[in-house]
Design a protein. Structure first.
Length: 435
């Protein structure tokens, strides 16, 4: 985790003290269940809670023990015994390390998902607010980066709102899929521990029992989780690239907020660069980079190995921390985005009416011209305009072949900008409902 791109709320999910606190809760809840089943004394379970519930675990001491044992869970249990005393012998009865590690990881991933869902809500709120603000603000739609037909800037924001709404639904599903608990012992057969212990721990930790764990929780669940984060990151970058394009000097339809005292370049005082959007592109790449190892972690030897472990120790905190930062930055970028309707109109007009070419094409076919002939008539009048050699409307009016089908008034009718926006309300209702 890089401090520059880390928010404290998400960082706290992955701090060692948090991890050890979760490990303790898993062990203590398991002890409660074992005590109810008569496997260990009830007083022992009570002592575990009484002596360690509010303990601050000594991370340095655990690290010291691990340097000797070369085993993180044993190091923790040894330190826990130093706190609890003789009753610690009843902790971890019938359990294996993966019971603790996997259940803890899934607790952390669900907590991280909750923070990411809150982040997505901020992005969605900002998009909705700005979409309605610019619902009917005309701008040019582009395909292949080239002027196509008119849209509204509100529609651009509505596209993003719909995309992040889907992202939210996917993350809810991914959270549910990863929210499982395994307390099943070596190779997952429950030979040394009753399945009711797992049920108790799962409920206490806000999870559900893993149907069959084979000692480790199946990593297809985690692959789904990190793949979902990767898709969300791709959506972040899609919007960021749109802003980067709009802020180009030759376009300048919108730009990032530039605060008082901000400087864009160490060399050129005039610069106002899309640094936030560019940053989001880079961060999105990093989140997506963890999708491949998450997929590769699905493939383990037999009932378990730990080839997944080293990757997860990096990817789980890094991917969630990075996406958390990116989503909050994106929400702020959208909320403060400077929008320039006059420049949008200027760009719309830049090609002398060529954006209405399809309307003219269709009008000609409605009047009896074949589609092939209509296309040729429109294109031969469009190409001079493309080269800066005239006005599309006037050229069409002067074309005798066009005039065989359309009057001047009928040609002018095809240049109505508002025609393109007659279904904006319908699209908005589909995206935002009746609000």
């Amino acid at each position: 985790m890089i401090p520059r791109y880390t928010r404290p709320e998400m960082a706290s999910v992955w701090e060692p003290q948090t991890r050890f606190k979760i490990w303790f809760e898993i062990e203590a809840h398991a002890a409660d269940a074992l005590a109810e089943l008569g496997t260990i004394p009830k007083d022992a379970a009570k002592t575990v809670w009484a002596k360690a519930r509010n303990a601050t675990f000594d991370v340095a001491r655990i690290d010291e023990i691990e340097r000797e044992t070369k085993h993180d869970v044993i190091a923790f249990l040894t330190h826990l015994a130093e706190i609890v005393g003789p009753e610690a012998r009843f902790v971890h009865q019938g359990m294996t390390s993966s019971d603790v590690l996997d259940t803890c990881l899934n607790v952390q991933l669900t907590r991280a998902a909750d923070l990411l869902l809150a982040d997505l809500d901020k992005v969605l709120a900002a998009l909705k607010k700005r979409a309605f603000e610019h619902k009917m603000t005309p701008t040019i739609g582009r395909s292949h980066g080239i002027h196509a037909e008119p849209v509204t800037f509100g529609l651009k924001l509505a596209y993003a709102y719909a995309e992040f709404s889907r992202a939210r639904e996917r993350l809810i599903a991914a959270r549910k899929e990863v929210a499982t608990c395994a307390i099943s012992g070596a190779v997952g057969t429950f030979a040394q521990i009753d399945p009711r212990v797992e049920q108790h721990v799962a409920k206490a930790m806000g999870l559900v029992p893993e149907p069959i764990s084979t000692q480790v929780i199946p990593r297809d669940r985690h692959a789904m989780y990190f793949s979902t984060l990767g898709v969300i990151a791709a959506s972040v970058e899609r919007f960021a690239v749109e802003v980067r394009h709009m802020q180009r000097t030759e376009v300048l339809e919108a730009e990032e907020f530039f605060s008082e005292g901000q400087k864009g370049s160490s060399a050129m005082p005039h610069k106002r660069n899309p640094v936030l959007s560019e940053n989001l592109t880079g961060l999105s790449r990093m989140v997506r980079a963890y999708v491949t190892p998450a997929l590769e972690n699905v493939v383990l030897w037999h009932e378990r190995d730990i080839s997944h472990s080293s990757a997860e120790r990096m990817m789980a905190p890094d991917a969630t921390v990075t996406l958390d930062f990116a989503l909050v930055r994106l929400a702020g970028l959208i909320d403060k985005l400077l929008v320039y309707p006059a420049n949008m109109q200027k760009n719309l007009d830049r090609l002398g009416g060529l954006v209405h070419s399809q309307r003219v094409l269709l009008a000609l076919t409605q009047k009896g011209a074949s589609r092939e002939d209509a296309y040729k008539l429109v294109q031969r009048n469009a190409m001079p305009v493309w080269r800066g050699e005239g006005d599309f409307l006037q050229l069409l009016k002067k074309d005798a072949d066009v005039k065989k089908y359309l009057t001047d008034a009928e040609i002018e009718e095809q240049f109505d900008l508002g025609y393109h926006f007659k279904h904006v309300d319908t699209i908005f209702k589909r995206v935002f409902g009746e609000s």
